[in-house]
Design a protein. Structure first.
Length: 310
């Protein structure tokens, strides 16, 4: 996780901070008898009690898929950052690659508690997410009162709206496949679907142009598979963090991409009006380019927001 050379196609041209400007530490924590693993990035120069950013990947991804570059920039700016893999993904226990919002939020909560036990980290808490993980941190921020700031990058706010825009045929196919997997998995006969596919595929992500963008972020040394149990498709349409935004009291940044094929930028702007202390940024980007060609402006907005908060 601390390699300095590009490990995916999308980030080959990124300027990464000097390795002397931050330190890393591998961490682990338990969730319901299983172990999540992550990397803690600490700012150089021994700053006193830095706030910590707790961050995890988007839908079906591992933390190596472009997220270290973001964590490094946080550490370079004086923040600690704990970036972890969910259970079932990456270096954490299990390899099911199942997507469960409730289970992944439990992983986030455990990661927060782990970060609290690090002596080199202060009490300031920032929750960070992108796409589906942005949905998780927004939901958690609505539930908690110890959150000092929230960052949601191309946030998945309304799973029902995304499912509807894919059409009735997709809804029926995904529902049938999900139920068959839910039943069949009890007898060792589960079925999987691609995490990202083409428009005609039955996959968790199907929007035009997204497959190549997603795969360009995959760590070339990863054992990741482009598949998830079909029952994962049943959980996304019922996930609607947009209904909880009014309960968030912490300063919150939502970054929308005007070229995003998955999450419409206008819907993010409209939803952001429900935030008590919201900052909404729309920028020329698609759902994944904030980790690639649009990395610098995207991370710039995030660091500017954090400077205002802290």
């Amino acid at each position: 996780m601390t390699r300095r050379h590009p490990i995916n196609r999308a980030q080959r041209r990124l300027q990464r901070p000097s390795r002397e400007r931050f330190a890393t530490r591998e961490v682990a924590f338990d969730v319901d008898g299983e172990t999540c693993r992550g990397t803690l990035y600490l700012p150089g120069g021994d700053p006193e009690d830095p706030p910590v950013v707790v961050m995890a990947p988007g839908l079906g991804a591992e933390r190596s898929f472009g997220y270290p570059a973001v964590a490094e920039r946080f550490a370079d700016a004086g923040y600690a950052a704990l970036c972890f893999d969910y259970r079932g993904f990456g270096e954490s226990d299990g390899d099911s690659q199942a997507v469960s919002p409730a289970a992944q939020r439990a992983d986030y909560a455990a990661a927060i508690e782990r970060a609290r036990r690090v002596d080199a980290v202060g009490r300031g808490l920032i929750l960070w997410g992108a796409s589906l993980s942005a949905a998780h941190v927004l939901t958690l921020a609505a539930d908690r009162r110890d959150v000092d700031a929230v960052i949601g990058l191309v946030p998945m706010l309304d799973g029902r709206a995304i499912a509807r825009q894919r059409g009735a045929r997709y809804l029926v196919r995904s529902g049938v496949a999900g139920v068959r997997d839910l039943i069949g998995s009890r007898f060792g006969r589960g079925r999987s679907v691609p995490i990202v596919g083409d428009a005609a595929d039955l996959a968790a992500i199907t929007e035009p142009g997204t497959k190549r963008k997603y795969l360009d972020l995959v760590d070339r040394d990863s054992r990741w598979r482009n598949e998830t149990p079909a029952r994962s498709l049943l959980r996304i349409p019922t996930y609607r963090p947009v209904e909880r935004l009014g309960e968030i009291r912490a300063p919150t940044l939502l970054v929308a991409g005007t070229d995003d094929q998955i999450v419409d930028a206008e819907s993010v702007t409209d939803a952001g009006e429900s935030l008590a202390r919201g900052t909404i940024v729309s920028m020329p980007a698609d759902h994944f380019s904030a980790f690639g060609e649009d990395f610098e402006p995207a991370v710039g907005h995030q660091l500017s927001f954090l400077r205002d908060v802290f």
